[in-house]
Design a protein around this ligand. Structure first.
Ligand SMILES: Nc1ncnc2c1ncn2[C@@H]1O[C@H](COP(=O)(O)OP(=O)(O)OP(=O)(O)O)[C@@H](O)[C@H]1O
Length: 254
């Protein structure tokens, strides 16, 4: 049965890249306004699963998907779904900060402008609100029209988060968002995630178990395309039920 506070309902999801069976019978409900971490050794399917949630795998040749994913009651892979609308509802932040080659201001207004918003005052408000939510406003408010490439890596990543926020998404997917950052920038992003979950649902792929235990409410442990265990983060790290989860979190493999 579905919980009321579920945003994604995933049932019997299988994904193939050609012959490669990359996701196997995944069933998972993702809770609204919570942080869900996906952990597991390299190549186990974490990013593949994350990309299923906003149909980023559609762009990959030879990728076949079976099963069902619903966002609220909408079938993510149904005929009626508009992929552009889906990606507005479900934003994404990547491993390496990827600001556009333009000013800080234009990075943030790019999406809203594409949606037809032209009013300068409205765009300025979107910029300020998004940057404030991404905890970047104070650092950049005097240089909004400078190139985004002049920012540090950590600031660039927060800009990418602000750019995602500007689209007013419900969900933000994060694929190893701090793996290219130093510990201080990482800790700022982790604080930000804590703050953002008041307004958004966050699903984060991370290689750092410390990070998963610090930021997430629920954790899914992936192994060779399967979800071995999915539970409250404290349970996964303190009382895992499956021996393979225990072996992984205690560093015996991966
Ligand atoms: N575009 C693709 N074409 C073919 N195989 C792919 C493609 N993308 C991923 N795979 C394969 O699917 C499996 C899962 O990959 P995925 O990137 O989802 O794993 P991951 O757990 O996110 O790994 P990592 O932690 O190293 O990023 C791997 O075996 C990978 O080689």
């Amino acid at each position: 049965m579905k919980m009321n506070d579920t945003i994604f309902h995933v049932k019997d999801l299988n994904l193939y890249y050609g012959e490669k069976h990359a996701l196997k019978d995944i069933c998972m409900d993702i809770e609204k306004n919570k942080v869900t971490a996906l952990i597991g050794p390299s190549g186990c399917g974490k990013s593949t699963f994350l990309r299923c949630l906003n149909r980023m795998n559609d762009l990959i040749d030879g990728c076949k998907i079976e099963g069902k994913i619903e966002i609220d009651t909408t079938d993510v892979y149904g005929d009626k779904l508009n992929v552009v609308d889906l990606r507005t509802r479900v934003g994404m932040v990547f491993q390496k900060p990827n600001p556009f080659p333009m000013s800080i201001f234009d990075n943030i207004t790019y999406g809203p402008r594409c949606q037809g918003i032209k009013n300068k005052k409205v765009l300025s408000e979107i910029v300020e609100q998004s940057l404030r939510k991404a905890a970047l406003w104070d650092e950049v408010k005097d240089r909004l029209h400078d190139s985004a490439f002049g920012l540090s890596g950590g600031q660039q990543q927060r800009l990418c988060i602000a750019r995602a926020i500007a689209m007013e998404p419900e969900v933000i997917l994060m694929d190893e968002p701090t793996s290219a950052l130093d510990p201080i920038a990482t800790s700022k992003i982790e604080d930000l995630i804590e703050e953002l979950k008041k307004d958004y649902t966050i699903v984060i792929v991370t290689h750092s178990m410390q990070q998963a235990s610090r930021v997430s409410d629920r954790t899914a442990f992936f192994l060779m395309g399967e979800v071995v265990e999915y539970d409250k983060t404290s349970t996964i790290f303190q009382q895992p039920k499956d021996k393979r989860t225990e072996d992984y979190i205690t560093g015996r493999f991966g």
